[in-house]
Design a protein around this ligand. Structure first.
Ligand code: HEM
Length: 144
């Protein structure tokens, strides 16, 4: 089950369903990553995918590699390097339920089926408030 969790997290890293979310600075907020200060009352757009694709945090960011989320490798990164559910007081309250459901459903599927790509299909990503595709999601399921 730990490896399924690593697969789910790597998928959420590369394809976070929430493309962006907004936060308003309550006070002047210096950034730890630069000399910039976010002024009080400024609205900040946070893009989890931009963070998740930073090669300083995730080398070869376009490669799907669940090992990035082994307990040892996760411990080496800042907790805010993985933000599909946002962080802080307005973080997703459903995140634990979402992770549990995803792990349960995916485990059940791979217990019963082999999942193969459909070679004739290339998903066309649509970036809106949440991520989707314009041409569905086609996979092949082979009964074990
Ligand atoms: C993979 C699944 C999910 C992802 C990636 C996700 C992601 C997020 C993100 C990024 C936010 C912050 C949005 C913002 O501040 O604009 C959020 C908020 C929220 N999520 Fe989720 N979510 C997921 C599943 C769920 C589930 C299963 C529930 C409920 C059972 C849920 C309930 C909520 C609620 C109520 C908020 C608003 C919290 C607030 O504004 O204080 N989410 N979610």
């Amino acid at each position: 089950m730990q490896y399924v969790e690593m697969i789910v997290k790597e998928t959420l890293r590369m394809h976070p369903p929430a493309c962006f979310y907004l936060r308003k600075a309550g006070v002047d907020t210096p950034l730890v990553s630069s000399d910039l200060v976010v002024p009080a009352r400024a609205t900040v757009l946070i893009s989890p995918r931009t963070v998740h694709m930073d090669p300083k945090l995730y080398p070869d960011p376009h490669v799907f590699d669940p090992e990035r989320f082994s307990p040892e490798n996760s411990a080496k990164r800042h907790p805010f390097a993985f933000i599909p559910f946002a962080m802080g007081m307005r973080a997703c309250p459903g995140r634990k339920f979402a992770m549990l459901s995803l792990k349960a459903v995916i485990s059940k599927i791979i217990w019963n089926f082999r999942i193969l790509p459909d070679e004739t299909y290339e998903p066309e990503l649509l970036w809106g408030l949440s991520m989707a595709t314009s041409n569905g999601m086609r996979i092949k399921l082979l009964k074990r």
